[in-house]
Design a protein around this ligand. Structure first.
Ligand code: NAD
Length: 493
């Protein structure tokens, strides 16, 4: 029996034996709508569920609810809020397998990856719960004397949280965790491809006892209608977005009209540098995970693998051998390493990318073709480029497609790595810690993995520079993204 069997919602879908609400969650209740859309399983190309399709009017109802709830929620005592978070954390934990199954059903990622995402997601939720009791301010004497400066923080106010499909639970827990812990209320908008994971998440917060209006959830096929309505309303005080740089830039423009606070986690073009003194076996192992996790559909994926010429041949041989061993298939099947691409359109885009690399002199060392079947699979592919000067360089691939480049020096590696408008995650492999630090400091990226290809951690500030975004999620900084400094000048003789 699933832990959501007792679910009290007028409309539910049965997803791999788990009941998931399919309405919009507004002001503490699930609401069906007239219009619905289909959520598809990318591994089978079949329908998983029909979910409610929100309009701009629903978005404003959700903002009404969030605005009404803001004053009370922002005034909750820190201990009470933290206790509610701990209750929710325990309930999330009890539903671990429900989340893993639903994530795999709608995103296609292998079950082991869904479980790993679940673990990281609730880690973020717990981290924020622990931060609630640690928020503090400062106290100082006014410069000329005669008063005191008390600087504290208050919640920004109602927030719009927009998440992508590639890590549906992690993005929801990371954003909503920070916003709610800070005392903000939220209107969440799920990605059209993966609304069910967000629904299970919000249902769990409901079951834990989050008050009506504090968190609201919309699914939609018309995202622009939602953001236009909510970002055009002066009651909204913050937008936090994870997705592509193009959409992020568009939303920043909208936020600017109302001077709305904004955090943006956008695209990446991760350089993965392997220096001449690297542990090549370790670099190969980490490159495989960093590149092919989630079928390459990750903002922090290794986008350009940059090899020092001294180890290029050894790395390439070992890497290609490992990639050829990866098993592609339905994420529910045992032993599968790489699941499907999220949609038919995206799968076709991968084919077009491979063709374009070929045309620009790329040598295909592994894969290169779509996989037959009902779903949207593509072979894990390795392309060796003999030039760093081609039109696809600097583009986020977001695909199970590894590109290898060779450089003759550390300096060349750094210059090539920085030759991108993105600045999210970079990686450097070397046995020399001095070198690792020196190279990391020169890399114009928000995060650098040294001898590791996976970095996300609740206690670390996740985020990028340049076109990769503004602000950080997690670490000590994450919660302050949802807090405003407040200054009191106290007259004291
Ligand atoms: P996307 O930008 O198309 O969509 C992201 C979200 O924005 C979805 O919920 C979508 O429905 C919504 N959206 C699209 N247009 C909108 C509009 N006008 N108003 C409001 N919402 C709108 O991106 P995607 O293809 O779903 O996700 C992949 C992108 O996300 C990649 O570029 C990836 O690098 C990035 N990403 C970044 C991070 C990070 O933390 N930096 C994490 C995961 C993904």
């Amino acid at each position: 029996m699933s832990s959501t069997d007792s679910l009290d919602s007028p409309a539910v879908a049965l997803v791999h034996g788990r009941k998931v609400p399919t309405g919009l969650y507004i002001d503490g209740t699930w609401r069906p709508t007239g219009a619905t859309f289909t959520v598809a399983d990318p591994a089978e190309g079949t329908a998983v569920a029909e979910v409610a399709d929100a309009t701009g009017e629903h978005a404003l109802e959700a903002l009404d609810a969030a605005t009404r709830a803001q004053e009370d929620w922002g005034a909750w005592a820190p201990r009470a809020r933290a206790e509610l978070f701990h209750t929710a954390h325990q309930l999330l934990q009890d539903r671990a397998e429900d989340f893993a199954a639903v994530m795999t059903a709608e995103s296609g990622k292998p079950l082991a990856e869904s479980r790993a995402e679940f673990g990281l997601s609730i880690g973020f939720f717990r981290w924020y719960a622990e931060q609630i009791g640690h928020l503090h301010g400062t106290y100082a004497h006014g410069s000329p004397g005669g008063y005191r400066i008390v600087a504290t923080h208050q919640p920004v106010g109602p927030c719009l949280l927009i998440t992508p499909w590639n890590f549906p639970l992690l993005m929801s827990a990371r954003k909503a965790g920070a916003a709610l812990a800070a005392g903000c209320t939220a209107v969440m908008k799920s990605a059209q491809e993966t609304p069910l994971t967000g629904a299970l998440f919000v249902q769990t917060l409901h079951d834990a006892g989050f008050p009506p209006g504090v968190v609201n959830l919309l699914h939609t096929t018309t995202s622009a209608a939602i953001s236009d309505a909510v970002l055009g309303d002066a009651r909204l005080r913050k937008v936090s977005f994870t997705g592509s740089t193009g959409v992020g830039s568009h939303l920043l423009g909208k936020a600017a009209n109302n001077i709305v606070n904004a955090s943006m986690e956008l695209g990446g073009d991760g350089p993965f540098i392997v220096l001449d003194d690297a542990d090549v076996d370790l670099a190969v192992e980490q490159a495989v995970v960093c590149k092919f996790r989630n079928a390459g559909q990750a903002c922090v994926a290794a986008n350009r693998i940059i090899l020092h010429e001294a180890i290029a041949e050894e790395f390439t041989e070992k890497f290609v051998a490992q990639v050829r061993k990866l098993r592609v298939g339905n994420g529910f099947s045992d032993g599968v390493d790489v699941g499907p691409i999220i949609s038919e359109r995206q799968r076709d885009r991968v084919g077009e990318l491979v063709a374009a690399f070929r045309q620009q002199g790329g040598e295909i060392l592994a894969g290169g073709e779509p996989v037959d079947g009902p779903g949207y699979f593509f072979e894990p592919t390795v392309v060796r480029m003999d030039t760093r000067d081609h039109t696809l360089c600097g583009e986020e691939l977001f695909a199970p497609l590894a590109t290898l480049y060779t450089v003759g020096s550390v300096r060349q590696a750094i210059e090539f790595a920085n030759d991108t408008h993105y600045g999210l995650a970079a990686y450097v492999f070397t046995r020399d810690l001095n070198r690792a630090v020196a190279v990391s400091e020169k890399l114009d990226f928000g995060m650098v993995g040294v001898n590791r290809g996976i970095m996300a951690d609740p206690a670390a500030p996740f985020g990028g520079v340049k076109s990769s975004g503004l602000g950080r999620e997690g670490g000590h900084d994450g919660i302050y993204e949802f807090l405003e400094p407040k200054y009191l000048a106290l007259t004291i003789d």
